[in-house]
Design a protein around this ligand. Sequence first.
Ligand SMILES: Nc1ncnc2c1ncn2[C@@H]1O[C@H](COP(=O)(O)OP(=O)(O)OP(=O)(O)O)[C@@H](O)[C@H]1O
Ligand SMILES: NC(=O)c1ccc[n+]([C@@H]2O[C@H](COP(=O)(O)O)[C@@H](O)[C@H]2O)c1
Length: 261
Amino acid sequence: MSQGKVVLVACGSFSPPTYMHLRLFEIAKDYMHSFGLGTIVGGIVSPVHDAYGKKDLVPAPHRIEMLKLSLKSSSWVKVSEWETQQAGWSRTRVSLQYHQDTINKHKSSHNLNEDPPSWLPDDILNVNNIDEPDNLNQMLNGNVSDDVTVKLLCGADLLESFATPGLWSDEDLETILGRYGIVVVSRVGSDPGRMINESDILYKYRRNVIVISNYITSDVSSTVIRRLVRRGESPKYLTDDAVISYIIQHGLYGARSQIKN
Ligand SMILES: Nc1ncnc2c1ncn2[C@@H]1O[C@H](COP(=O)(O)OP(=O)(O)OP(=O)(O)O)[C@@H](O)[C@H]1O
Ligand SMILES: NC(=O)c1ccc[n+]([C@@H]2O[C@H](COP(=O)(O)O)[C@@H](O)[C@H]2O)c1
């Protein structure tokens, strides 16, 4: 298992973002830190293109704006608009590849002046961090690599979707699991351990799959928020207040102004 620097990338619809989407990053960061599984230097949320065509997927500019509102208080998780700016839907492998390539390109100090994308983690742009004494010591002792690897951050339902026939190509899964690796947070009703045991490809790459049991379980989903909004009920405390105001203001998900806020 790599113990170098890691950037977590979460791909999904985020229609709308819930507080659990953002909790995933905090849960993963704490877990990986306590078990010495790498140093998280940044987090990226990559909302899917409108062409993904999932039911209730509001146009990308709304989802991006709601994510930005949700992430106002985060110093290390940023929104990447790259997927939404492509001509059509991008497979997750392609998205990870793009983010990895861009990070590699900007990691070296001589590229710092080259218009870095706004989602690029500050730690990568901060040239002073590269040679900080602790890190240098570790590097000299051969304990850590200075490479930055992106890893897919997801909930256990996404892991389960790997087994859906025709949804993910074997080649993509080989690359996602073999080259990058994934960090999976348990979700009510899912059993990632069993999933790994039952899938040949997940079993083959099990060392690259970090499974985190989320003991503070929550079944909050975008579906639940959309349902409440549609019924004129309050989604307060399931997502950021600013997201709720945005939903009402733009009449998203069938919102009427009388939502009990
Ligand atoms: N409560 C949760 N616990 C763990 N992972 C979650 C939870 N909610 C969302 N995720 C993860 O967040 C990522 C983005 O998910 P997505 O945008 O599909 O959210 P969702 O709430 O499941 O949406 P929907 O209800 O529209 O299907 C996925 O990897 C998903 O597994
Ligand atoms: N073959 C693939 O790369 C593949 C297949 C299905 C879903 N996905 C991604 O997984 C995420 C799923 O999001 P939802 O759970 O909201 O459907 C999206 O980011 C989507 O692009 C990727």
